[in-house]
Design a protein around this ligand. Structure first.
Ligand code: ATP
Length: 367
């Protein structure tokens, strides 16, 4: 078990700031996912945790011990990379047992431990095979086994599933989650795949340009994104984001833009101000006659199997998408009026991009 604390961790490469002043406290047994677009600094951060890269500034603490300058082998951590890096000429058993042989354990100890790990990872029947005789998912499990065999306090994983096809990714994802529950060890996992993050993380660290945009449970980052960046990064299709204004009308707040007029469900009398309005595609619903809402014309409807996504032109230049169970009952060319519950409307400051705090309407409030 390991608690991992990062205190102001920073890394420059020449004039590039890859990681900028990051503070994270990962509890014992957490499954922390570092999520963000390519180049945002995830791998650099993980490599500094592992001791593979010295930080330019800040500290790394493991169970309260400062390990900033401790080499990888002194950190009680195991790394699993996207490339399996198995020894091709060694059997599965010898690949898994390799870290123990390097530590001078006896043959009997190694055999017993390898069998134990193989049984946890469902590899018992494959111990005599060579890596080339395995599928991609099996190879990835061997790589996991090699990390597991030492019984480390924490596992650091860098995109371990990115070489697998989509079906194998989803089964291996479930296996890694189950493994985490069984071991109770701390996992730190790098990915740019939001589905992996949402399904496996106890907390997501969403990164952008070397900095942390938000740290929270999958529910928190999805339901209450802290910034326009987070709002646009998570969700498929992405959250609809439009420039709009908030106005008080008869003491009630409304958000308006071309083709859009929605109540916020908040009693207040504040001066008008510009905002960025965000609405998730699944929170838009088709409404009957009425004045308020989002008015537009359906441009296309995509069939996703169990669901459909309708793309709607709003005003002269706006676009919104709406996702719901198939059939939505919409066709290209249909004029449409959409609404969303006030508690599902997200408002952001157009300058800073940060979430505005006064949108306190409960999700259950009537539209
Ligand atoms: P990806 O998802 O594509 O792997 P990432 O989020 O893991 O990306 P990093 O690999 O940490 O991103 O890189 C962060 C930034 O630091 C990038 O701008 C990258 O070009 C730069 N960088 C990383 N390693 C080096 C290096 N050894 N020398 C110079 N720049 C580097």
């Amino acid at each position: 078990m390991s608690r991992i604390q990062l205190e102001g961790l920073t890394r420059h490469f020449g004039s590039v700031t890859a990681v900028n002043d990051i503070w994270i406290d990962a509890d014992d047994g957490e499954f922390l996912v570092l999520l963000g677009p390519s180049g945002c600094g995830k791998s650099t951060l993980l490599r500094m945790m592992a001791g593979l890269l010295p930080p330019t500034g800040g500290r790394v603490l493991l169970d309260g011990r400062d390990v900033t300058h401790t080499p990888p082998q002194g950190r009680d951590l195991a790394m699993v990379f996207q490339s399996y890096a198995l020894y091709p000429h060694l059997s599965v058993a010898r690949n898994i047992g390799f870290p123990l042989r390097a530590r001078g354990r006896s043959r009997a100890q190694i055999k017993a431990r390898v069998e134990e790990v193989a049984s946890v990872l469902d590899l018992s029947g494959l111990l005599d095979r060579k890596p080339r005789q395995l599928s991609g998912g099996q190879r990835q499990r061997v790589a996991l086994g090699r990390a597991l065999v030492r019984d480390p306090g924490a596992f650091l994983m860098d995109e371990p599933l990115s070489n697998l096809d989509s079906k194998l990714r989803s089964t291996t994802r479930a296996e890694i989650s189950a493994l985490h529950r069984r071991l109770g060890a701390t996992f730190v996992y790098v990915t740019h795949d939001q589905v992996e993050a949402m399904t496996m993380a106890t907390r997501i660290v969403l990164m952008n340009e070397g900095a942390v945009e938000q740290v929270g449970t999958p529910e928190q980052v999805y339901d209450e994104p802290a910034s326009v960046f987070v709002a646009g990064f998570l969700g498929s299709p992405a959250m609809n984001l439009v420039e709009a204004g908030v106005y008080a009308a008869d003491g009630r707040l409304r958000v308006r833009s071309e083709g859009i007029d929605l109540p916020l469900g908040i009693d207040a009398d504040v001066p008008a101000r510009p905002v960025v309005l965000g609405i998730r595609p699944e929170h838009l619903v088709v409404a009957g006659e009425g004045d308020a809402g989002v008015r537009g014309v359906v441009s296309t409807v995509e069939n996703l199997g169990s669901e459909e996504v309708a793309h709607v032109r709003v005003g002269s230049e706006g676009r919104m998408s709406l996702r719901g169970p198939r059939p939505l009952g919409l066709r290209a060319g249909d004029p449409v009026r959409l609404t969303a519950p006030p508690g599902r409307l997200h408002l952001f400051d157009p300058d800073s991009g940060r979430r505005l705090a006064w949108q306190a309407a409960p999700v259950t409030a009537p539209a």
